[in-house]
Design a protein around this ligand. Structure first.
Ligand code: UT7
Length: 326
């Protein structure tokens, strides 16, 4: 009999420092009104100096372990989805393994930008379903505040820092019923950090050209996000063998309220079923979907027996979705 994979524990961690739209008005030529109406964002969290992606990941992981009633030494594998690793090498997951105190766990990072948590969930599911591992920690964690260009008003208002975690195991709670992943590398240029890899290694010139900061063609990304996420919603629902109206709560990647509205409109699902936190945290890339899922469960928006739909989209381009029965 196939092993069914569920969620043993959920957790999240958000830095305490809040950056409001009013604060941003003092930094760049923008307004609270523009940011709210074009994106839905009111404020975002910013990691403290010295607080790194691994620290946020450990905060989220500890909460998930406590909920699962597991010790760090129970973990068999740690997957950290991030586009803002502590450093290019080693993987942030190895740093998390050390900070958590989980020496027996294997560890690797997942590089799928904002879709990273959903990609990680699907990867972790395979290890549990095959019987290879019993407890897999999947984390989405980002410190985007250190890769955004604080002089570029078209991107710096959008992003925030945070982390969310799920522990996968052989349990019927939070059963992963269906998954769907996609990518389109021909659109890789639409959202990227151009320098710092081997194509454009760090140099005085790369720093002068601000090549280590995030660059985005917002309008193009917007269009692709709507199409890919609405299709992904329907794919996961179909694969779960249920009808769209059976979904109790939709948990989308939280990049922009207008994208979310367009996605549910195209997928013919009511906005009232969508869990939103983009107003409080902005776009936390790989952390967005999982933090929203944690909050939706905590707030009772996802109850026992409910079908929840997670859907994400990001640089790559990448996208992914899954239906979870809570
Ligand atoms: O996580 C997945 C990846 N990210 C996303 O999914 C984000 C996708 N894109 C978006 O959310 C939207 O495209 C943005 C919010 C980034 C931009 O919204 P838009 O409706 O596409 O605006 P736009 O880029 O077409 O810009 C409209 C105007 C421009 O001025 P002009 O050229 O019309 O005079 C911009 O210069 O708004 C200006 N603008 C701003 N004005 C005030 C851009 N950023 C700002 C700003 N404050 N922060």
């Amino acid at each position: 009999m196939a092993i069914s994979v569920g969620i043993e524990g959920l957790g999240f961690y958000l830095p305490s420092k809040i950056l409001t739209n009013a604060d941003l008005e003092k930094r760049v030529e923008t307004s609270d009104e523009w940011i709210r109406t074009r994106t839905g964002i009111r404020e975002r969290r910013i990691a403290a100096e010295g607080e790194n992606t691994s620290d946020l990941a450990v905060g989220a992981a500890k909460m998930a372990l406590a909920e699962a009633k597991l010790k760090p030494t129970d973990l068999d594998l740690i997957l950290v989805a991030t586009m803002t690793p502590d450093m290019p090498c080693p993987a942030t997951s190895c740093i998390v393994q050390s900070k958590l105190g989980a020496p027996q766990a294997a560890a690797m990072d997942v590089a799928a930008a904002c879709s990273g948590f959903v990609y990680g969930l699907v990867m972790g599911q395979q290890f549990v379903a095959s019987g290879t591992y019993r407890h897999v920690l999947v984390v989405g964690a980002e410190v985007l505040s250190r890769v955004v260009d604080w002089t570029d008003r078209s991107t710096c208002v959008l992003f925030g820092d945070g982390a969310g975690a799920a522990i996968l195991g052989q349990t019927s709670r939070g059963q992963i019923l269906s998954t769907y992943l996609g990518s389109d590398g021909t659109k890789a240029d639409l959202l990227k950090v151009p320098a710092g890899g081997v194509a454009v290694p760090a140099s005085h010139q790369s720093v002068d050209e601000r090549g280590h900061y995030l660059k985005m063609n917002g309008t193009e990304v917007f269009k692709h996000a709507v199409r890919a996420m609405s299709d992904a919603c329907l794919k996961a629902i179909e694969r779960a063998g249920i009808k769209p109206e059976q979904i109790a709560c939709v948990i989308p990647h939280q990049a922009n309220i207008r994208i979310i509205e367009a996605v549910v409109d195209r997928a013919r699902m009511p906005l009232e079923k969508v869990y939103l936190n983009v107003d409080r945290y902005g776009n936390m890339s790989a952390a967005s979907t999982i933090v929203a899922f944690c909050e939706a469960v905590r707030d009772g928006r996802v109850k026992k027996g409910d079908y929840a739909l997670l859907v994400a989209f990001g640089a790559g381009l990448t996208w992914g979705s899954c239906v979870i029965r809570w």
